[in-house]
Design a protein around this ligand. Structure first.
Ligand code: NAD
Length: 452
């Protein structure tokens, strides 16, 4: 395994050193080929993701395939401008002189992706890395084996094999890969592994992007349109059976709204998935028994959920579940839920919600449903999170114009669109001064005033 990993990465470095990935035409061509690959195989992709996650085809089409195609469409016509010279003025003291910046590719990039959006989280970082002119080694998740195998087959067939490699495997293979020299590591997954990745990267001073998770809170106040809030929160939470990094993880609201909000959200889950979500073709499954058992431990005793709570281990099914009567010390509030369970907790007001959120690790996303300008400003100015959404869970994920990433425990660095292009680039400063007149001589020693 050591030899294979080492040889694969060496080959990518050779390709990068030969300059294969630098020409803008090559980058555009690879992005075009990726588009053809996805379009030609969208049924295969939907099937593979379904086999891995029981994800409905419509969700794969919208949240995986379309997002990657949108990213390609956004980045491809702009990469020339982004990588060209950007002129800036030199200080008067240095005149006459010119200066500019250019974005150069970092080199060979390692992308380590997770299982929950196995296509999108593998290909979107690759799109940005290609746009910036890099060679890429992709390590998809072993927990979504059908999609990972498909990615390996399709990338080998459609993209330039000199510049791209897919290494499959689990912890041993990733550990081996992390010993190899890379110019950037882009990791998406949980924070514990994020710290392993960063430690390995530190040994070779390799820069990292960490796209992590955590508990993304929601605050709802009395001024909000409760029907709209309930629908959007339920959609954000129960899409992909709650296995979305930016899904609402818990809801804070005033005590009088806990029950009405829970009732409205429960009604929405019935609208989305019918009276028996186990039979719904629109509802995904839990990825594996390990995750299922972890989630089971977060559920209260049978019959104690406000709605839902039914489970079936054989079918990896957990019903969309809403919890009230939750204590902040309950297990469900101690870790990222990452499943179809949504606790609602009472707080007295927006200020208490802000204090509650600020006492915990910085979230990847924070959502506020309120018509009050003062409340919105309070959250914008006095909380810190990867993203902040007013009345809109998940929305920021869908735009290539917005940087996507976390802060603190939810990650570092960002991507999508120009942010992604820059993440995989080194912005190099270039200066140029004519030799005549040689004004720099004025700065040469000896310094008259200093002479005794
Ligand atoms: P996972 O188990 O698939 O792991 C992610 C990757 O890390 C895989 O490729 C895996 O092989 C590798 N890995 C696992 N253990 C390793 C180890 N010990 N050493 C080296 N590599 C290792 O996925 P996961 O971590 O369960 O993913 C879910 C988490 O990811 C959640 O916390 C979620 O919030 C977060 N997430 C974040 C984003 C984001 O964009 N910020 C997106 C999706 C998921």
């Amino acid at each position: 395994m050591t030899d294979t990993c080492e040889e694969t990465v060496k080959q990518l470095h050779r390709s990068f050193d030969e300059g294969i990935s630098r020409p803008l035409a090559w980058r555009r061509e690879q992005l075009e080929r990726m588009k053809r690959m996805i379009t030609a195989h969208h049924k295969d992709i939907e099937r593979a993701v379904y086999l891995d996650l029981g994800k409905p085809a419509a969700e794969t089409a919208l949240m995986e395939i379309k997002l990657v195609l949108d990213e390609i469409a956004f980045v491809k016509p702009r990469l020339g401008r982004w990588s060209g010279r950007h002129h800036v003025a030199m200080p008067l003291l240095m005149q006459p002189a010119r200066s500019w910046t250019i974005a150069e590719p970092k080199g060979v990039v390692l992308v380590i992706s997770p299982w929950n959006y196995p296509l999108m989280l593998s290909l979107e970082p690759m799109v940005d890395a290609i746009a910036a002119g890099n060679c890429v080694c992709l390590k998809p998740s072993e927990l979504s084996p059908n999609t990972s195998a498909l990615l390996q087959r399709l990338i080998g067939k459609y993209l330039d094999p000199r510049a791209f490699a897919v290494v499959q495997g689990a912890v041993p293979e990733t550990t081996e890969l992390l010993k190899q020299p890379f110019n950037h590591i882009f990791y998406t997954g949980n924070g514990k592994v994020g710290s392993i990745v960063m430690k390995a990267a530190a040994k070779q001073l390799t820069p990292v992007t960490l796209e992590l998770g955590g508990k993304s809170p929601v605050f709802v106040d009395a001024s909000a349109n409760l029907d709209v809030a309930a629908g959007r929160i339920a959609w954000g939470r129960f899409t992909n059976a709650g296995q979305t990094c930016v899904a609402p993880d818990y809801v804070l609201t005033t005590p009088d709204l806990v029950e009405p909000l829970a009732r409205k959200m429960a009604a929405f889950t019935r609208k989305f998935f019918g009276d028996n979500p186990a039979e719904s073709l629109s509802y995904a499954r839990i990825v594996n028994t390990k995750q299922f058992d972890r989630l089971l431990n977060l559920l209260p005793a049978e019959g104690k959920a406000f709605s839902g709570g039914e489970t079936n281990r054989e079918r990896l099914y957990i019903a969309p579940t809403i919890l009230t009567n939750v204590d902040p010390h309950d297990p469900v509030m101690q870790e990222e839920i990452f499943g179809p369970i949504l606790p609602i907790l009472p707080v007295q007001d927006a200020q208490e919600a802000v204090t509650f959120i600020n006492r915990r690790p910085k979230p990847l996303a924070l959502y506020v449903f309120s018509r009050s300008k003062a409340t919105r400003l309070l959250f914008e100015r006095h909380t810190s999170s990867g993203a902040l959404g007013f009345n809109l869970p998940l929305g920021h994920l869908l735009s290539s114009r917005l940087p996507f990433g976390g802060i603190g425990a939810s990650g570092m660095g960002s991507y999508h669109g120009k942010a992604g292009f820059l993440e995989f680039s080194h912005v190099k400063t270039v200066t140029s001064k004519p030799t005549f007149p040689d004004t720099l001589r004025l700065a040469y020693p000896p310094y008259r005033k200093c002479q005794k």
